[in-house]
Design a protein around this ligand. Structure first.
Ligand SMILES: [Zn+2]
Length: 242
């Protein structure tokens, strides 16, 4: 039975190491993808500002076209003024020119508005690009750090799993389900019994049961925390010499 306890001790140690590695194996990819997602969303936000800017640029160029067409019209009308014979016609054309000029005045106001909006967006884009560049440097470094760590863990993890498989094969078939059951419930499976106390939960162990643990004739679970109890060999021999 002592041998089985020793094997369980090794198994418990391996299981603890495996579960610690598993925490990193799930945690690191999450961290990596969080960094990647943040970079992605920064890029998307810049892209959406850029799209808005493109829309404003389109409006701007439409306004500019309209303005230059109107100017062309004004120029032609002003030339025609010299050819007109009647006062009425002259007045009508003069009125048309004034109206087109007023329209152009409005268009210029709008054009200034658009240019101001575009300038603001360009400033935003520049700022966000700079932020992104800094973030990218920082995050790429962190991402590759985590990827490196992940690779290192994978190198350790696989052989440890194989080691576990080998050890499990040496455990008696009725003991393994008990081990798994206690592990699922308690995490820790083994507890040292010392001075008639379970060090797993600090409860007193009845004297008769404690004697059985000393002789290890069968697997004994703590009546309180259900962990498998055993005595350390040193304290056992000490007790005997006393
Ligand atoms: Zn206990």
């Amino acid at each position: 039975m002592r041998e089985q306890i020793s094997v369980l001790e090794v198994l418990q140690q391996i299981d603890m190491e495996l579960s610690e590695l598993e925490v990193h194996l799930t945690e690191y990819p999450k961290k990596i993808s969080a960094f990647e997602q943040e970079l992605q969303s920064s890029k998307e936000s810049i892209l959406s500002i850029n799209n808005k800017k493109e829309e404003f640029l389109k409006v701007k160029s439409e306004l500019e076209n309209e303005l230059s067409q109107n100017e062309e019209t004004i120029k032609k009308s002003e030339e025609r003024l010299f050819e007109i014979k009647t006062h009425k016609e002259y007045q009508a054309l003069q009125k048309e020119i004034t109206e087109t000029k007023r329209m152009n005045y409005d268009l210029e106001e709008k054009l200034l508005d658009e240019m101001e909006k575009i300038e603001k967006l360009e400033a935003q884009i520049a700022e966000k690009n700079e932020e992104l560049a800094n973030k990218e440097n920082d995050y790429q470094e962190k991402i590759s750090d985590y990827k490196e760590k992940l690779e290192e863990i994978k190198i350790v993890y696989e052989p440890k799993v194989e080691e576990k498989v080998k050890i499990v094969q040496t455990i008696s078939p009725e003991l393994l389900p008990l081990y798994e059951k206690i592990k699922t419930k308690n995490g820790e499976v083994l507890a040292i019994a010392k001075n008639e106390v379970c060090t797993g939960c600090n409860m007193n162990i009845p004297a008769q049961l404690f004697n059985e643990i000393l002789t290890l004739s069968r697997i004994i679970q703590c009546p309180s925390c259900k962990k498998i109890l055993y005595c350390e060999e040193e304290s056992n021999s000490e007790a005997e010499t006393e």
